[in-house]
Design a protein around this ligand. Sequence first.
Ligand code: SF4
Length: 303
Amino acid sequence: MTEPTFADLVSRWYEENARDLPWRKPDVGAWAILVSEVMLQQTPVVRVLPAWEAWLARWPVPAALAADSPAEAIRMWGRLGYPRRALRLRECAVAIVERHGGSVPDRLDQLLALPGVGTYTARAVAAFAYGQRHPVVDTNVRRVVCRAIAGEPDAGPTTRPADLVATEELLPEEPAAAALASAAFMELGALICTARTPRCGQCPVESTCAWRASGQEAPAGPTRRPQRYAGTDRQVRGLLLGVLREATGPVPHQRLDQVWADDVQRARALAGLVEDGLVEPVGAEAFRLVGDGPSLPLPDLAR
Ligand code: SF4
């Protein structure tokens, strides 16, 4: 009898221990999976769940989002953070309609050519929506492979071509089994082989893990300092966006001035939102979410 492979062990563990997340259900389509993957970048699952459900209830297919305004995408994004993702997702929906008749493509090269879809997201959609064999490598997978195979405590901050090769070598040949293994590697990194407190005693590959065998300890402190939020331009941008999201039309400058006392920082944050394409000026004295409401001019707003 042949020994179970690394992928066999992790896939078996996954089938018994995976979280019951709605985007993993078998009847979920490629668009819903694509939306989940974009939202899950830099945002915890618990915050993504309600936003994902609301987004798909409103825009169940790419054509529905493509027909709506960028402002509505930013509004629906709410407080998920990094709101440029909302714009990119809408641009992606437009491209899916224009290039692929409204269906998320299943070819990796076509997925990679979509706006806002990078190496990770394209492979995640190809694997999880279409059952293809591709290495799907995020921070969690890099860490698992780095520890279990290379015997090193942590992976670098970004995915390199070598990480894709190392992960692909672990995948079963059969595409559906490879897609399952990809999901399993990610889940193992999220739940068991975590950055600071790996639970090796509960790990399905403990007996073969190179890092465990080396006897090294988990990193003692945080690998990255938590980012400060209070008082940063990010906080001010969030406050400004919050006011603009709640508004039904252009917001006078004076109203925005109330969200933050520091004139210089507030102006810098507002300029950043405009530069990022999230907000646009309306005449000389008001601002709105990009593409929101009637067009210029609105001369009386500031008076
Ligand atoms: S044995 Fe420990 S270090 Fe190795 S893969 Fe499992 S959790 Fe990670």
